[in-house]
Design a binder for this molecule. Structure first.
Ligand SMILES: C[S@@+](CC[C@H](N)C(=O)[O-])C[C@H]1O[C@@H](n2cnc3c(N)ncnc32)[C@H](O)[C@@H]1O
Length: 259
């Protein structure tokens, strides 16, 4: 199997091709996961696998999806967060002063904390409920700590960065007030019970490995968990084709509303 030199070259070539820096990931975990994927595709060295990806763009895409399983950013897809801030949340606030929001598949917390910042600015002093859940308990531990790298904060305008974070030894620590606004919990979207009464559910970049059947069942359960007038916000590659069958109305691209 591959050696350390191979691994270094693989990381360099991947960085040149994708700007993904594998040095930002835990090497043992990452090597184990990549080796599993390589074996599935019949490659015996990292470099042979890289050559396969150069020839096969589908395999390259699969590899990127595979890597990004926990990857997240504050205000991910900034233009969608802009719509959320300027249109979706203000519309929801017309009906309800206090919102109930669920970030499903929250990873390290960047998504629910982005929502908390928006609400803090739109409705200072109001206590909304923000539930944030993930399958991965390790990642939830990181979410609760609220310590981030610059890369995770790259979409954050400087005024927000200085308003909400303290820089300590090259990391960015989120302030306690924003941290206290999120209720984190472990929850498996494919197994566990769903709460109801949400005004807004975010489920973004979570379902890439789910089958079509599992996705359909999931979106139906989200529909049932929303209040009338509530909105489901999905990822930028996750448009729901049969949203009408489920009962949703189209609202804006990647936002679906329960009538
Ligand atoms: C790529 S991150 C997305 C984070 C954030 N929603 C975003 O868009 O930036 C995907 C997250 O979904 C979680 N996840 C995957 N399968 C899940 C499941 N069945 N139930 C709950 N969370 C799940 C993973 O643990 C991971 O943290």
């Amino acid at each position: 199997m591959s050696n350390e030199k191979d691994w270094e070259t693989f990381k360099q070539r991947l960085f040149t091709k994708s700007s993904i820096n594998l040095n930002d990931y835990k090497p043992t975990q990452m090597q184990r996961r990549i080796t599993n994927l390589m074996t599935r595709h019949g490659a015996t060295t990292y470099l042979a696998f890289f050559d396969m990806m150069e020839r096969n763009s589908q395999l390259y895409k699969e590899f990127i999806d595979f890597l990004t399983i926990n990857v997240t950013e504050f205000f991910r897809t900034p233009e969608k967060f802009d719509e959320l801030e300027k249109k979706v949340i203000p519309d929801l606030l017309i009906k309800n002063k206090k919102l109930s929001i669920w970030s499903a598949g929250c990873s390290i917390g960047a998504e629910p904390y982005s929502i908390a910042m928006i609400l803090n600015e739109l409705t200072p002093g109001v206590k909304h409920r923000i539930l944030a859940t993930d399958l991965d308990t390790e990642i939830l531990g990181k979410a609760k700590k609220g310590v981030y790298t610059m890369n995770e904060l790259k979409n954050m305008p400087t005024p927000r960065l200085s308003k909400y974070f303290k820089q300590v030894d090259g990391t960015f620590q989120l302030n306690e007030d924003i941290k206290s606004r999120i209720e984190f919990g472990r929850h498996n979207l494919l197994l566990d019970k769903f709460e109801s009464g949400f005004d807004l559910i975010l489920c973004r970049n979570v379902v890439i490995y789910f089958t079509e059947e599992a996705k359909d069942a999931l979106y139906r359960r989200f529909f049932a968990s929303l209040k009338s007038g509530g909105v489901l916000f999905v990822g930028g590659t996750e448009a729901i084709l049969n949203f009408r069958d489920i009962g949703f109305q189209s609202y804006m691209p990647f936002f679906y509303r329960k009538p």
